[in-house]
Design a protein around this ligand. Sequence first.
Ligand SMILES: Cc1cc2nc3c(=O)[nH]c(=O)nc-3n(C[C@H](O)[C@H](O)[C@H](O)COP(=O)(O)OP(=O)(O)OC[C@H]3O[C@@H](n4cnc5c(N)ncnc54)[C@H](O)[C@@H]3O)c2cc1C
Length: 369
Amino acid sequence: MAASVLPSEVRSDLSAAALTSIGVGGPIAHLWPVQHPQDARNALAYARDRDLPWWVLGGGSNVVAADAGLLGVVVQPAKPAGLGVEILDVSDKCVLVRVRAGVAWDELVAHSVAQGWQGIECLSGIPGQVGAAPIQNIGAYGQEFSEVAVAVHALDTRTLASVRLESAACQFGYRSSVFKTNPDQFIVLGVDVALQRDRPPCLAYAQVRDALAETAQPSLTQVRQTVLALRRAKGMVLDPNDPDSRSCGSFFVNPVVPAETAAAVLADLVRPGETAPRWPQPAGTVKLSAAWLLERCGLGRGHGQGRVGLSTKHTLAVVNRGGATAAEVLAFADEVAQAVQARCGVTLLREPVLLGTPSLGDSAPTAAT
Ligand SMILES: Cc1cc2nc3c(=O)[nH]c(=O)nc-3n(C[C@H](O)[C@H](O)[C@H](O)COP(=O)(O)OP(=O)(O)OC[C@H]3O[C@@H](n4cnc5c(N)ncnc54)[C@H](O)[C@@H]3O)c2cc1C
C-alpha cells in the first residue's frame, strides 16, 4: 500500500453543492485529484488508514450529495494538461482513441466531430467527464456510449491493480454497466473508443431527423448543432442562465416492465387517438416513457411548489430552484415516484447516484443497483 500522506493538491475548502449540477450537498473533507493509478492508490490508502469513507466524483452531473457532506476522501479524475485524447490506431475506416477520465465528455464529442469521427455526435451536450460515460452507459438521441466502447481502464479498488475491461466485460445495458452495479469496485481512469471515419451521422432519433428534414446529407456538425439545440430547449445543457438546468438531467430512468403490465398501464392511461410511447425489449418486456407516465399521472412540467420542482422544460428533470437541500430533492422525488406507483402501479427508479448518507426520503432506489 502506498504512503499515506495528504498531497498539497488535495482541497478541503469545497462543498458538494459547488461541485454538482443540482447544487446540493455539504462540505467535502478531502477532494483528491487523480491523474494516474498511483494517485488513486494513494487516496485509497489515506482513507483506509484513517477509516474514512471514500467516493468518486466526476463532473457532478448525476449525483445527489448528502447535506451532511462527504466527510472522507472524494477522488476526482483531474483534467489533463493537454487534450487528453491519444490516437492509438487509425485506418481508412476507423480511429481508435484513448481518452483520459478527466476530459469533459462534450469536449471529446466536439473534438471528434471536428475531426470527422462518427459515433458520438448525438451524445453532444451531455455534461460530465469521460470517466463517467461507462458508469451508466450514457445515451441520448439514438446513440449510447457502449456502441463505441472498446475497453475501459480502471483501478480495481479491491486488489489495487490497474485493469483493462473489454467492452463485453463492462456488461453495458440501458443506463447500466458492471460499474453501476458494483459501485465501489472500480475507479475509471480512461476509455478506449472506436470511431468511424467513413460514415454519415446517426439520424436514428425522429426529432433529429425531423429537424434536419430539409438538409440533404447532414454533416456531423449539423447533427451536433441540432442535438444541442434540442437539448437547450429542454433545459438539458448545463447553462448558468437556465435555472431549469440546475438538475441531474433525467431523475428517473424509463421503466422496463413485463408486456402484460405495459398493456394494462397503457390501456388505463392512453387518451383516445393517442399513441403512447413504448419500446419492446428482450425477454417479453416493454420500456415505457417515464416522462409520459408522469404527465398522465398529473405531474407535468413545472409541478411542485417551493425550492424543488419539475423542470418547466422537461418533465423528468427535478430542479433545485434555489437554496434547496438534498433532503428536499429526495423527498420531492419520492413524492413523485409514489404518486406514479399509486396511480398506475409502475415503480420509477432513480437515475442519479446518492453520495453520502441521505437524511431523508429514499424510497426510489437507484437504477441498476
Ligand atoms: C442537464 C443534464 C443533462 C443530462 N443528460 C443526459 C443524457 O442525455 N444522457 C445520459 O445518459 N445522462 C445525462 N445526464 C446525466 C450525466 O450527465 C451523465 O450520467 C454523466 O455521465 C455523469 O458524468 P459526471 O462526470 O458528472 O459523473 P458524476 O455525476 O460525478 O458521477 C456519477 C456516478 O458515476 C461515478 N463516477 C464518476 N466518475 C467515475 C470514475 N472515473 N470512476 C468510477 N466511478 C465514477 C460516481 O461515483 C457516481 O456514482 C445529464 C445530466 C444533466 C445535469
